[in-house]
Unconditional design. Structure first.
Length: 182
């Protein structure tokens, strides 16, 4: 190997060793839904809705951003009726998939929702989370719902300087090979 070839190989190796990708940034996306007026949930009338992170000020970009975790908070409260079942009201939170569903017994404010792999996959692939509040027993109100998603902004991509250095090394190898064949 001659001196020029050694120099080009050394430069290419150094460029790749000095951090060849840009790091993805940690992000948090939040979607808030205020049910105004508050929605009454009864056994006959569940409340389905969708949290959409793609329409935020800083939107979740499907295919580029990634989800590491999410948290769902729902404000449920009693309608204060005098029915016989009033002390036994039960709310069912239905999330995508077989896991993550929750039952709430104390309808007195903020309830913390479950987590499911199917829910994380739905956020990752659509930028949305489908939620349904179902009354198992009794009737109550849904005031608001907040979805908080933590993840990474964008994928790791090569830095422009590294790409330029790698391209220069390939060009140099091509020129050396061409000069040897002539």
């Amino acid at each position: 190997m001659n001196t020029t070839t050694k120099w080009l190989v050394s430069c290419a190796a150094l460029g790749m060793a000095l951090g060849s990708t840009a790091n993805a940034a940690d992000m948090t996306w939040t979607d808030y839904i205020n049910f105004t007026p508050d929605r009454l949930v009864t056994p006959e009338k569940p409340v389905p809705y969708v949290h959409d992170l793609t329409d935020n000020v800083v939107p979740f970009i499907v295919g580029s951003d990634s989800v590491t975790s999410y948290d769902l908070r729902i404000n449920l409260y009693d309608d204060k009726s005098d029915a016989w079942y009033e002390p036994f009201e039960l709310a069912w939170l239905n999330l995508p998939g077989l896991t993550g569903d929750r039952v709430f017994f104390d309808l007195s404010g903020t309830e913390y929702g479950g987590w499911s792999i199917a829910g994380a996959w739905q956020i990752q692939s659509l930028g949305q989370l489908s939620v349904e509040i179902i009354s198992v027993v009794g009737d109550f109100y849904v005031g608001d719902s907040t979805l908080t998603v933590r993840g990474q902004r964008g994928n790791s991509v090569p830095e422009p300087g590294t790409l330029a250095l790698f391209g220069a090394a390939l060009l140099g190898f091509g020129l050396i090979r061409r000069r040897r064949t002539i």
